[in-house]
Design a protein around this ligand. Structure first.
Ligand code: MN
Length: 294
């Protein structure tokens, strides 16, 4: 007999960042996935790097991270403050600022650079962003690379009602409103702003892995202990409902997705299914098969 009762997804653990390091000279990050014990428990999400908030002085030499490869997954960059310029070996490129998202599909392989945008760097200012790595299923790891620029205006904001705040649907769906990102496996990705003393209730399928990451403020998730800035509440796969209660004005990122139940082999910027495929990725990169920046 099936049941229609909606159950809470329990918070399994509240994770603090595992390491703090610079990516190139432009991105001071705190790593949440796969830091500490999160490991592969959040498939399809492979990595969450939390950049900033950090104040940068004006400079004529933009900071960032130079030419490097990726294969086998997607990089998703969400900008809260600052401006990022990107270009890659397929000839794609773009500039994203506050509220914008870049969804880059590395798949069979790209080489790219990620820099502070030139004019922004000249003025300097606050920088605040997130980069996620989203795994691809075996059937798409060697697909052609792709690139989606999701501008702020393309990302619908759903008012939560009663002045509680709003939820921007980057990927997936919320209350019937669909996000613009095209994904290879089912994913919900939300940029959520909740006013202190207010709450939001989200429902995702019970088969999905899910987590709530706090960028600003403090929340309780399904009655958990407080989850504070730069902490990640990881939820149990069972259950459907995620209730976020904000103690103060908050910015949170909600990630939920159907797990990819395949072996994960990772080495630096490559994420494949087997060790042999990683060796092939290194060889292909060194042979120039992932291209070059022109
Ligand atoms: Mn990269």
């Amino acid at each position: 007999m099936s049941t229609t009762i909606t159950a809470d997804k329990k918070v399994v653990e509240i994770h603090h960042y595992g390491s703090r390091h610079w990516v190139g000279d432009g991105f001071p990050v705190r790593n949440l996935i796969p830091g500490n014990t999160v490991g592969e428990q959040l498939s399809p999400f492979l990595l969450l790097d939390y950049a900033g908030p950090e104040k940068f002085d004006p400079t004529d030499s933009p900071r960032g991270v130079g030419e490097h490869p990726h294969r086998g997954f997607e990089t998703v960059t969400i900008v809260y403050d600052g401006v990022v310029a990107h270009r890659d070996s397929t000839g794609n490129g773009g500039v994203i600022g506050p509220g914008d998202v870049q969804w880059m599909t590395a798949a069979s392989g790209i080489v790219h650079e990620e820099m502070h945008e030139k004019e922004w760097a000249k003025k300097g200012g606050a920088f605040h962003a997130i980069q996620l790595w989203v795994n691809l299923p075996r059937s798409h790891k060697m697909s052609s690379p792709g690139y989606q620029t999701l501008l702020k205006a393309d990302i619908p904001a759903v008012e939560l009602g009663g002045g509680a705040g709003h939820l921007r649907v980057i990927a997936g769906e919320f209350r019937g409103v669909k996000g613009p990102a095209k994904t290879f496996t089912p994913i919900h990705l939300y940029d959520v702003r909740v006013k202190g003393g207010s709450m939001v209730e989200i429902t995702v399928p019970s088969s999905f892995n899910a987590a709530v990451f706090v960028l600003q403020g403090e929340v309780s998730v399904n009655g958990s202990e407080p989850v504070k800035e730069a902490e990640l509440a990881r939820l149990d796969r069972n259950g459907e409902r995620i209730t976020i209660v904000a103690a103060t004005d908050t910015i949170v990122l909600v990630l939920a997705g159907e797990p990819i139940n395949e072996p994960v082999a990772r080495y630096g910027p490559f994420v494949m299914n087997t060790k042999a495929e990683l060796v092939q990725a290194v060889n292909d990169y060194q042979a120039g098969k992932m291209g070059h920046l022109s």
